[in-house]
Structure formats: structure tokens, C-alpha cells
Write a protein that binds this ligand. Structure first.
Ligand code: PMP
Length: 314
């Protein structure tokens, strides 16, 4: 977690809310397999203030956790409703009044081995963090300049380690790209997929704006089926009247975009100043990126009536 994230005093572990420092596991446990979700809850009314919280897109996040579990032979010993109640209980025990990042994690305790795991063989832990948002009207953090490079590492392919299942192992690939970018003096990396088309960022999906249209790569470009991306594909055309297209993007199309931004739960909307030192567009952040980020903040705050169904009160 970056410095902007602050770990919470209490977490939920295997059925109860406990002090985070007492959430201990054995050093003998296998550490090769684990799945997780990254979810956020935002303050109602104004996400830059304090107040009651709503979880954004609980259902698609928890459904994706179940899909990740199925792919990797993990059997979750709780129901989706039980994990929602667990998440609410954790947030309440911590007394949070500002935006919260929630990361349900599931991994084997050990014992019988991957093909024979029983539901009771898994830990389910829900740690939480408060964080500084990039979003919100007038928030200067959105406008920080960010230089990216196209990584020399390709994004993992679906027929090797499926990026659509949110498994920790996928992030070893992300770590290679991030370390390369930092070593070379950039703020972050952008992956190409195994075919050479633009895939995604590190822990976030990518979109470009070209001639007034928002374009984002398809799921077949080795991306995670992002909850943020799916929400954007719905509200950008329907609510803002900006056309969107899902299609493969070449490296040159990325370079010659009017605007480019990453989007995902963790990094929210992260505008891209340049790629491989080629400046993207004239304004930073570009007007379309800014409009999307500001409208998204209003959705998260529960100020957009038709999108309130995306929010679950804590
Ligand atoms: N790609 C990867 C690899 C990610 O880890 C994330 C963050 N979960 C995303 C994309 C964005 O997905 P979401 O909008 O569901 O957070």
C-alpha cells in the first residue's frame, strides 16, 4: 500500500472482528495461492468531507471474488451476504467517517493441497485502510503530472495465468513492470498484451480519448474485468453523452491520443501526462478526463439519483 493508505485498527478474520495486530497466521502455511478483492466505500454527499459511508458496486466486486475462487479451486466458507455484514461490522468497529479501502482476502491454511481443499481450509480476512482520494471537485491531487512508460514486460496471458481472476500471483507480473518503471525514472508502467496491443496499467484499466471518443481495450487484451471500467462503459455514454468504444489500441494510437487515463478502484481516475516521454494532448488533465472524474465523484458521493443503485449503505 502506498503512504496515502493508512491501515485500520480492526479487521475481520474467520468469523469475527478482531484487532489487526492479533490477526496472525502460521509461518508453515502455503503462500502460493490467494485471491482478493479491492473495494471502496465513500462518504455520502461529499467524498472530501466526513460522514456516513456507502460501498461502491458491492455486488459486482463480490461476484468477481466468487469467480476468482472458482477459477483457482478455492471454496469460500461464507456466503456473500455474510461477507457484506462482516465488511459493515469492520467499518463500524473502526469508527470510520472518511473514505475506506476494503480488501477481502482468501488463502489456504494448508493441509490437504489444492485439489482437495474443503471450505474450512481457507482463511477469510477483511483488512481495511483509509486513503487520500484523487477525486472530488477542486481536488489538486488529480492534476499531479504523471509520466508513464510502456513496459518491456508483457501482461500475463489468459492461457498461462488468467488476469481475469484476481489472484495475488498476477501481481508478481505487475511488480516487475513497476520496478522497471521506477528504475528508469517513470511514475508507472503500461502493459502491452501478448499480441502487442495495449492491455492495462498496473492495477488499473486504461482508456484513451481520441476525437471526442473514449476508447478502452477489450477483455481479450489480458485485462482484469474491472468494475470501474464496466461502470464507466455505462455512465460515460448514458449520462455524459460521450461515445465509448471497446477495441484494441495500438502503441502508436496511445501515443497519439488527445487524452489518456487509468481507472480502477485503487487509483481511481489517474490521468497520464506522457507515455515514453511523448506528451499526450495539450491540456493536463484533459477536459474529457476531468469531466469523467468529476461526474464519477458525484456518483460515488450518492449525488446522482439514477446511479444510487450502485451504492450500498454501511
Ligand atoms: N486491472 C488490475 C490488474 C487490477 O488489479 C485492478 C484493480 N482491481 C483493475 C484493473 C481495476 O479493476 P477495478 O475497477 O475492478 O478495481
Amino acid at each position: 500500500m502506498s503512504a496515502a493508505f493508512q491501515g485500520a485498527e480492526y479487521c475481520w478474520m474467520n468469523g469475527e472482528v478482531i484487532e489487526t495486530e492479533k490477526a496472525l497466521v502460521s509461518a508453515m502455511e502455503p503462500i502460493f495461492l490467494g485471491i482478493f478483492e479491492g473495494i471502496k466505500a465513500y462518504v455520502e454527499g461529499d467524498i472530501l468531507k466526513e460522514g456516513p459511508l456507502n460501498i461502491f458496486q458491492w455486488k459486482p466486486h463480490i461476484d468477481r471474488l466468487w469467480h476468482s475462487a472458482n477459477v483457482h479451486g478455492i471454496r469460500i466458507p461464507y456466503s456473500k451476504d455474510e461477507l457484506l455484514e462482516a465488511t459493515k461490522a469492520t467499518i463500524k468497529e473502526n469508527g470510520f467517517k472518511s473514505n475506506v479501502y476494503i480488501q477481502p482476502r482468501i488463502w489456504p491454511k494448508g493441509g490437504s493441497g489444492p485439489s482437495r481443499y474443503q471450505p474450512e481450509d481457507f482463511h477469510v480476512v477483511i483488512p481495511t485502510w483509509t486513503f487520500d482520494t484523487l477525486l472530488g471537485k477542486g481536488n489538486p491531487r488529480l492534476s499531479t503530472e504523471r509520466r508513464f512508460m510502456v513496459s518491456s514486460w508483457r501482461r500475463i496471458a489468459s492461457d498461462a495465468l488468467p488476469p481475469q481472476a484476481k489472484c495475488w500471483a498476477n501481481y508478481a507480473n505487475s511488480g516487475l513492470a513497476t520496478r522497471e518503471a521506477y528504475r528508469l525514472g517513470y511514475d508507472g508502467a503500461i502493459f502491452l498484451d501478448f499480441r502487442g496491443f495495449v492491455s492495462e496499467g498496473v492495477g488499473a484499466c486504461l482508456a484513451v480519448v481520441r476525437d471526442g471518443k473514449v476508447i478502452t481495450p477489450p477483455v481479450t487484451a489480458s485485462i482484469l474485468e474491472s468494475v470501474t471500467r464496466n461502470s464507466f462503459l455505462e455512465f460515460i455514454p448514458d449520462d455524459l453523452g460521450i461515445p465509448v468504444e471497446v477495441k484494441d489500441i495500438t502503441r502508436v494510437e496511445l501515443y497519439s491520443s488527445d487524452e489518456a487515463f487509468l481507472h480502477g478502484t485503487g487509483g481511481e481516475v489517474t490521468p497520464i501526462t506522457s507515455v515514453d516521454d511523448i506528451r499526450i494532448g495539450d491540456d493536463y488533465p484533459g477536459p474529457v478526463t476531468r469531466e469523467i472524474a468529476e461526474y464519477y465523484s458525484e456518483i460515488l458521493a450518492g449525488n446522482v439519483e439514477k446511479r444510487k443503485t450502485w451504492l450500498t449503505p454501511v
